[in-house]
Every structure is written in C-alpha cells, then in structure tokens.
Design a protein around this ligand. Structure first.
Ligand SMILES: [Zn+2]
Length: 330
C-alpha cells in the first residue's frame, strides 16, 4: 500500500516535471494564435505564417460566412488570439458583435485593405470582358436598364478573393500583420509570402489563358449568388445570379423570373450551383430553362481537405475547369 502510494507520488512528480519541461519547450517556439474569419482567408494565413502560427478558422469548409452564427468556441478562440484576420467589405456582418462579446482587444486585420472594392455593378455585367482601360463603349443603350436590380445596389462586393491578383494583396497584408506581431520571424513570413505570391501569379495567368480559349459569346453563366464579380472582371466571364452579393436576402420570384428571361435572351451557356448555397433555386431554373447544371462552384468557402477545393489554389483551379468545360459545351 505504502509503496504503491509512494510510486504514485513519484509518478505524479515525474509527470509534473515533464509537464514543466514540455511547456518550457512550447514557450520557446510558441506559435502565434490567430483567428481567420473564413476558410479561404485561413488558408492564406496558414500559407504565410507556416509553422509560426496556430490558425483557428471560424466559418469552416462549405460554410456560408454571410449568414454565420458564431458559436461559444469562436469567442474563446478570439479571446486568446493575438491577431484576428477578416475579409472586410461587410462580408462578416456578425463579426463586430463577436469581437465585443469575446473581449478581444488586439488588432483586427482587414485583409482586403488596398484592394479597390468593386461596386455591385462592376464586374457584374458590362465589365465582364476585362475591358478595364479604354473602350467603355456602352453601345447597346439597353444596358443601363439591365441594372435596375433592387438588391444591394451601390454596396461593395466583398468577394475580392475571386481574383488571384487580389489574393496577392491579401497575402501582402497578412505578411505585414504577422511581421508586426512577431518581428523575429518576419523574414520567414516575407519569404513564405513571396513564394506563395509567385504561385498566385502563375495561377492568375493560368486562369486567364484557360478562359481566353473559350469563345467570348459562350462566356455567360448563371450561379446562385453574385460571388463572382471580381472573377468576372479579372478573367472575362459574365455571371448572372438570382441572389445579390449576399446570401442574406432570398431571391424574389421577380428576380428569378427576370433571370430566366435573361437566360433565354442571352443564351447563357451554363448553370452552376455553389458549395455554400441551397441548390433548389438553381435546380428550378434548370428545369424551366432546360439548361443543364455544370456542377458546384466553390464561391465563399473551401471544401474539406479531401474535397476538390481544399486550398485556395485548388479551389480556383477547380472552378476554372468546371466553368471552361461547361462553357465550351460538349
Ligand atoms: Zn458570397
């Protein structure tokens, strides 16, 4: 009995010693605890931070950040974070309340800082051909009338990550914030950001080249919500959607009827569902127009690690493949 007790005490002491030792090691190489509001941003932060960061992502794979409801664990993660990364441009409407309730007092890094935010209209219709400079020939006078959407008018489009060139700005902002938080690792953050940014540059060129192979008149597709304005502007595909730039407000019957009319008029070449939204509306439109569904685009969230869009780069490649194949027709 006595020996048993003694060995238990020794065991506990030993366990205590090793606990102290291991926490000592942990302290020496302690990771910066950071929070990213959604999965795509979480991937960027992980790429730049590498081994130096422990990233908690709030809205995970296939999650819809427009209508997210924070959980108690989110406030806990935020309370112990050194940095919190957000997209901004009114993407995370639930964020301010979460910050307040968590008691987080650290910096709130807006990853879209420095990106020229697109208004709802930009990239939505007439900027779709990437004709940023020069000829804004609004030759067809009816174009203006096509813009009388009654949703989200004049608001900024938050989906800036849908251009790989913008993703490079996210990465730059993340590197700067991490450098400010841990100067000793700044060289590593900058090196990570540089090499990842090179990959993003290559991705940008790859998407452009892939889309350019599709005849212009075929580059006209339908998705669930207006998440592809920046993609449209950067790569030259026209997107239409029954829902606006947020999934918060449901599409009205009028929106849907108008879209169906437009699909018939413009001869849209493909119809897509999205990983974050309800598919029923698109299925209904498919039924009424006879346009087949070309698959699921990843708009506002990555897939699970095992899925086809487990990283940002894979997501953009996957979307580009689906889009170009469906537009090319078979
Ligand atoms: Zn969205």
């Amino acid at each position: 009995m006595r020996t048993k007790l003694k060995s238990a005490v020794v065991g506990a002491l030993l366990a205590g010693t090793s606990l102290i030792a291991s926490s000592g090691i942990a302290l020496a190489g302690e990771k910066i605890k950071v929070v990213a509001s959604f999965s795509i941003l979480g991937d960027f932060v992980q790429k730049v931070g590498g081994d130096h960061v422990e990233v908690t992502t709030l809205v995970g794979a296939d999650g819809d950040a427009h209508v997210y409801e924070p959980k108690p664990d989110d406030a806990k993660a935020m309370a112990s974070a050194k940095l919190v990364f957000v997209n901004g441009l009114a993407f995370e409407g639930w964020l301010d309340r979460l910050v307040e309730s968590s008691g987080y007092k650290g910096p709130l890094i807006k990853a879209t800082d420095g990106i020229e935010p697109a208004k709802m209209e930009e990239g939505h219709e007439d900027h779709a051909e990437g004709e940023k400079k020069g000829d804004h020939d609004h030759a067809e006078g009816e174009k203006k009338d096509d813009h009388d959407h009654d949703h989200a008018h004049g608001e900024f489009d938050p989906h800036a990550w849908q251009s790989a060139a913008n993703a490079q700005v996210y990465v730059k902002n993340i590197a700067e914030a991490l450098c400010a938080a841990e100067a000793a690792s700044c060289d590593t953050f900058k090196a990570n950001a540089d090499s990842y940014s090179k990959e993003l540059g290559a991705l940008h060129a790859e998407i452009k080249a892939a889309v350019a192979k599709v005849p212009k008149k075929r580059r006209n597709v339908i998705t669930s919500h207006d998440a592809f304005g920046y993609f449209s502007k950067a790569y030259g595909i026209k997107f239409h959607a029954p829902e606006g730039v947020s999934t918060e407000s449901e599409a009205s019957a009028k929106d849907v009827a108008k879209l169906i009319k437009q699909i018939r008029k413009d001869k849209a070449s493909a119809l897509f569902v999205e990983n974050i939204s309800d598919q029923r509306l698109i299925e209904q439109i498919s039924k009424e127009t006879g346009l087949a569904i070309g698959g699921a685009l990843y708009s506002d969230a990555l897939s699970s690690k095992e899925g086809p869009a487990g990283t940002y780069i894979d997501m953009m490649k996957h979307n580009t493949k689906l889009l170009t194949e469906a537009m090319a027709g078979s």
